[in-house]
Design a protein around this ligand. Structure first.
Ligand SMILES: [Zn+2]
Length: 143
């Protein structure tokens, strides 16, 4: 986006409805949480950039894949990222992991957790008749 386009977009903020303003705030919050989650994952690569396949240090950066920095091992030639060789490798929605972790720590219901992680919104949950159960953490249908 050019600076002129950005200034035009910024000037339009005053014309947003309350619902649009809320959507904008949620989008900004989700993006900043996503960036924090990816940054936390990237901390798993130590300064030696040790290869999880052959344990050799000194791997070089080789672009990004699926939102994470990718490294190439000089010894074995294999590539890896901060999650390679872990149980989390291949899982999706990394940008939501911090929110999900907070939800687990706070022992939220499945529905509340899904709302926090933006997997379902409150209106959609109400429309389906689902309500969170704070005691069991299960989702129960309303009578
Ligand atoms: Zn290697």
């Amino acid at each position: 986006m050019t600076n002129q386009s950005f200034q035009s977009w910024l000037a339009g903020l005053d014309r947003l409805s309350a619902a649009q303003w809320s959507q904008l705030q949620q989008a900004v919050q989700e993006r900043s949480e996503g960036a924090a989650a990816v940054a936390a994952i990237e901390l798993q690569i130590d300064t030696e950039r040790r290869c999880p396949h052959c344990q050799a240090g000194g791997a070089v950066r080789r672009g990004t894949t699926r939102g994470l920095r990718r490294y190439s091992c000089k010894r074995c030639g294999k590539t890896f990222n901060a999650l390679s060789g872990t149980a989390l490798s291949g899982l999706h929605h990394k940008e939501r992991w911090l929110a999900l972790g907070r939800s687990l720590v706070e022992r939220e219901s499945v529905l509340r957790s899904a709302q926090r992680c933006s997997w379902v919104d409150g209106a959609a949950a109400a429309a389906t008749g689902l309500a969170p159960s704070p005691i069991t953490g299960c989702v129960k249908a309303r009578a």
